[in-house]
Design a protein around this ligand. Structure first.
Ligand SMILES: [Zn+2]
Length: 196
């Protein structure tokens, strides 16, 4: 069982690995790397067969290159395992919090079969992320209780110019959706706080 240091901000809980965990992660990264190669080779062949019934020699060469097994793979796995170890100590930021990129921490946790933000939807995750953000430079980090208060007191109902092309009806629906996501974030954070 890996060690997890739960933080007041759930998006930055740290996952710490001992030597056995690191070795297990290394093998999981290697399996993923080999699978990526197989998927790459499969894609080359599949693409080639879309427009003809045979696979040209050049494509076969490319596919075989994807399946090449060399010592360079282990060096790459070493590097990627180190990146994963860093990501496990980092912050959740990506699709889990509605940012337009995949979350490296989620990916690393998934490899180990753990999830430090289990049950948190991405829209609620975005609210959780914003609740811990302070606009005041150098302000101390918020506690879970403070973040919950921020979300309780947040009011998204003022229609700014950005939304001027929305009819009142569309705007009301949007605000209702946001309020639902905000409440989901509050509920999730309260459960998280109770377990801290
Ligand atoms: Zn994440």
């Amino acid at each position: 069982m890996v060690e997890i240091i739960w933080h007041q901000n759930p998006l930055r809980s740290e996952v710490l690995l001992n030597d056995n965990d690191k070795q297990l992660l290394w093998h999981k990264v290697k399996i993923e790397e080999l699978l990526n190669g197989m998927c790459g080779a499969h894609m080359y062949i599949q693409d080639a067969l879309k427009s003809r019934w045979w696979v040209p020699a050049g494509i076969i060469k490319k596919a075989l290159k994807e399946l090449d097994y060399t010592d360079a793979i282990d060096a790459e796995v070493d590097r990627m395992t180190e990146v994963c170890i860093q990501d496990l100590r980092g912050w959740h930021m990506g699709d889990c919090t509605c940012f337009a990129n995949s979350c490296a921490k989620c990916h690393a946790e998934h490899m180990l079969g753990i999830d430090t933000i289990k049950g948190l939807g991405k829209h609620a995750g975005s609210y959780v992320s914003s609740a811990f953000d302070s606009t005041v430079l150098g302000a101390p980090e918020r506690t879970t209780a403070e973040a919950i208060d921020v979300l309780i007191n947040r009011d998204d109902s003022e229609k700014t110019d950005t939304w001027s092309n929305y009819s009142d009806e569309q705007w009301d629906k949007l605000v209702a959706r946001w309020n639902g996501e905000r409440k989901e974030a509050i509920k999730w954070l309260k459960v998280y706080q109770a377990n801290l």
